[in-house]
Design a protein. Sequence first.
Length: 247
Amino acid sequence: MRRKLAAGNWKMNGTGASLAEIEALAEAHPTPRSEVLICPPATLIAQMAWEAKGGPVMVGGQDCHAKASGAHTGDIAAGMLKDAGASHVILGHSERRADHGETDADVRAKSEAAIGAGLIAVICVGETEAQRDEGDTLKVIGTQLAGSVPDAATAANTVIAYEPVWAIGTGRTPTLDQIAEVHDFIRAELAKRFADADGIRLLYGGSVKPSNAAEIFATSNVDGALVGGASLKAADFGAIIAALDAA
Ligand code: PEP
């Protein structure tokens, strides 16, 4: 059985005052059936992890460097995230791929570093609108999986997030059939490489909100969601957690 996971990506949003949202979330959902993860900006990880200790909310990073230490100004090593109290790290988000030119090889190296540091890697893949329009979605996803997911991946240390680039922050989502097609494909691709592929959780991400969460969570091979905008407010993210718990 794959335990469901609701993961929030706060991106470059949030200050100390935002920690109240985590308190409210933990109060409203003290014992969720699903796992709950929030990935705040790096500035909040240590404090959030401290305040969330013993509660239902796990804390993660949004990126890490592939090296353990060194002359990389502004970067954060996987071991540093772990040291700050993180349990997970999002890697290969399309905004990192687009804004920082991260390649599949970069994402693979970062994922290896994350797993080596004892973090769970949440590896993102997803097609652009042009790629979908060209009929290349599965080809693109297959290439990203092959290039980004390291051989060391297991059900215990890796989560895959399917995030169509055109659905992120746009309010648009694929049809449920399109989500199922990609998630079934990802499961089959992972099965070619990993003995425990059936246990690797697959999240859908892209404009998940309280109003569409239940139908997405009822879709084939969807084990949870990676949520951006709707994870910023405890009430919205709580409603998504409730939908996942009920799925
Ligand atoms: C994301 O950035 O991972 C994401 C899914 O964003 P949103 O939910 O806002 O579309």
